[in-house]
Design a protein around this ligand. Structure first.
Ligand code: AMP
Length: 215
């Protein structure tokens, strides 16, 4: 069975963490446009340089850029048995482009799961978030500190992501409310949206996510 799953939610809702767990569990790749853009920046590519200031200030990068990245990634052989989308689509235009890609390639319909977390909790999470750019793992100073067995215990340097500053976080929440939240209705109308509560231990949220996929 081909699983195509889109984890929807505000920045800091836990999409990346849950997508990683789901990817390991189902054996299908996680496709994170945020990760792809950060990788482009790390390489110092022309694309990376073009998007750097938009990302750091908490704004979305242009639709055309992310749509092209996703199109190329979805065409790869290792993405044919399904995919877990994390952070894409984030605008109606991106969602429409994804629909076109899916129907052109005969993929199974997208299943959308929204991870619901109040903005105050998002602010608390993002202010304590730490990132290892080498292992691409995300931690939290109190909720999910790095420790043996969950990666990065090998002496990685943890950083505050450049877009986790308080100013950038407010901009990202604004971008989410204005440009991304309307996608809820878009997917609700198609009858493919389910919601899980995103508060509590990571393992419990993961259990709810799996239950909602099985339902
Ligand atoms: P994320 O890691 O998903 O929070 O993404 C980090 C940043 O990358 C966002 O704040 C945007 O600047 C950019 N980005 C990631 N995905 C998208 C997308 N689908 N559309 C536009 N910008 C994106």
């Amino acid at each position: 069975m081909q699983y195509n799953i889109y984890l929807f939610g505000a920045p800091g809702a836990g999409k990346g963490t849950q997508a990683q767990l789901l990817s390991e569990k189902l054996g299908i790749p996680q496709l994170s446009t945020g990760d792809m853009l950060r990788a482009a920046r790390k390489e110092g590519s022309e694309l990376g340089n073009r998007v750097a200031s938009l990302m750091d200030s908490g704004q979305l990068v242009p639709d055309e850029i992310v749509i092209e990245l996703v199109k190329q990634r979805l065409a790869r052989p290792d993405h044919q048995s399904g995919v877990i989308l994390d952070g894409f689509p984030r605008t109606i235009k991106q969602a429409e482009a994804l629909d076109t890609m899916f129907s052109a390639t005969g993929r199974s319909p997208l299943r959308v799961i929204s991870i619901d977390v109040p903005f105050d909790e998002i602010r608390r999470r993002l202010s304590g978030r730490r990132w290892c750019s080498r292992c691409n793992r995300t931690f939290h100073v109190t909720d999910n500190p790095p420790r043996p067995g969950n990666g990065c215990e090998g002496g990685c340097q943890l950083e505050v992501r450049s877009d986790d500053t308080p100013e950038a976080v407010e901009k990202r929440l604004q971008a989410y409310s204005q440009q991304t939240a309307p996608l809820m209705e878009y997917y609700q109308r198609r009858g493919v949206l389910k919601t899980v509560h995103g508060l509590g231990p990571i393992t419990e949220i993961f259990a709810s996510l799996q239950a909602s996929l099985a339902a």
